[in-house]
Write a protein that binds this ligand. Structure first.
Ligand code: ADP
Ligand code: MG
Length: 410
């Protein structure tokens, strides 16, 4: 039997950036790698998109609303059953293989990234959905660790493959909750439900207005004539690891402060602007800044949906700029590379509005761009950012994609 543990796979088992964006070449490369590794063809395939927030930074764990967009950068996974209980995974992004036994959920996973899959397998098993042993190959076009939720995309794709192999079907909201639990408990990231919900319940062509308390959504449409462009700062991540947890507990502390003054408050979502103004003088200044950002950002989620519906470009610009200013000055999740990118996007041709994406502290940002000027925008924003920082960014338009589902193998 092969030993458990991470090991590198051959150099030939990667997909070039160019091939990975062509679905046919990507599919062929994944199947060829699978055949080479496992001497047989994969029998199932699943995919899940990444996602980006158009408005609503850090509102998810405050039980608020987010406008979130599943994107056409995604994770693919192909697999076939094994005769034993083990799950073997090769990541073509990392050029590495790991394995684990999901029937022994207490085992330490063999590699850091294996915890995402081991976690999903363990959590599904606990929920009464035993995982069938399998060989799998994974490949993602969502940049890793840049705020576009490659982790949730990987979890959702894996859960979908486990459903196919095990012959069971999860309710989509349940699937989002289970994969979130996998990331919370197995990876130790206390993310809210936003990432998993978006990549599982997304529908082709739509942004979602997600209510993170009721776990329901409505559709929002990006106006025809506008494109969303991802602008990855590609700056080394400045997150020490503690900031996200710290912001979360500050929000909880602020919510508790308002709850003591107004019994209906359970989370910052329930604090109105009026309530905030009335009581803010009693809050320590840092908590006042944090909660003001969440309360105003929640208002901006609603306002952006209305601005999209009216195709009101001036409002889109003002809302996006106010969101970034709040992220920088009140929630303090910006870093110098993000400020450079904001300026580079803002002055590029065709830019209607731009702001941060994901949790902040580097990673990706977004711009809403006039469809006819997307190419000029990408060139100008990249050049301005490079000139200012010396870093080559990745800038590309995206489209709204469907949530997790089966992947055609032929
Ligand atoms: P984000 O979700 O914003 O991309 P995270 O830090 O939450 O950032 O998750 C990134 C991590 O997810 C990676 O460092 C890696 O461990 C794991 N991951 C995501 N996609 C893949 C993949 N295709 N292959 C292997 N690991 C992956
Ligand atoms: Mg993540």
């Amino acid at each position: 039997m092969e030993r458990h543990g991470a090991h590198a796979v051959g150099d030939n088992m990667t997909i070039s950036d160019h091939d990975s964006l062509d679905p046919r070449l990507r599919r062929e490369a994944m199947i060829a790698t699978f055949r080479q590794l496992h001497k047989a063809a994969p029998s199932y395939g699943a995919r899940a998109p990444g996602r980006v927030d158009l408005m609503g930074s850090h509102t998810d764990y405050n039980e608020g609303c987010v406008m979130t967009l599943p994107i056409d950068r995604d994770t693919w996974i192909v697999g076939a059953p094994r005769d034993d209980h083990e799950v073997h995974v090769t990541s073509l992004n990392l050029g590495a293989t790991t394995s684990f036994d999901p029937s022994r959920p207490d085992r330490e996973p063999s590699a850091g990234w294996g915890r995402y899959l081991h976690g999903v397998a363990a959590v599904l098993t606990e929920a009464g959905h035993p995982i069938r042993g399998c060989n799998t190959v994974v490949h993602g076009t969502v940049p890793l660790g840049s705020g576009l939720s490659s982790s949730a995309s990987l979890e959702a794709a894996a859960a979908t493959l486990f459903e196919q192999l095990g012959g069971f079907t999860l309710d989509p909201v349940e699937k989002a909750k289970l994969t979130q639990r996998a990331e919370n408990e197995w990876v130790g990231v206390h993310c809210g439900i936003l990432d998993q919900y978006s990549v599982i319940l997304g529908e082709q062509g739509h942004a979602l207005m997600l209510d993170c308390r009721s776990l329901t959504h409505t559709h929002a449409a990006v106006p025809a004539g506008l494109r969303i462009v991802i602008c990855n700062t590609c700056a080394p991540r400045a997150l020490s690891g503690s900031e996200y947890g710290e912001r979360r507990s500050q929000c909880e502390e602020a919510a508790a402060f308002f709850a003591r003054r107004s019994p209906g408050v359970r989370a910052l979502r329930d604090v109105t602007v009026g309530m905030f103004r009335q009581h803010v003088s009693g809050l320590p200044p840092e908590l006042a800044k944090r909660s003001r950002f969440i309360i105003e950002e929640s208002e901006r989620v609603r306002a952006l949906a209305e601005a999209f519906a009216r195709d009101d470009r001036a409002a889109i610009r003002d809302l996006a700029s106010a969101s970034f200013a709040g992220a920088r000055d009140l929630f303090e999740i910006s870093v110098p590379a993000m400020e450079s990118m904001f300026e580079a996007m803002r002055i590029a041709p065709g830019c209607i509005g731009c702001r941060q994406a994901g949790a902040g502290f580097g990673g990706c940002m977004i711009a809403v761009v006039d469809d006819g000027l997307v190419e000029a925008f990408c060139r100008a924003a990249a050049a301005a950012y490079l000139a200012d920082t010396g870093i080559v960014p990745e800038i590309y338009p995206i489209r709204a994609a469907a949530g997790a589902g089966a992947l055609r193998l032929s």
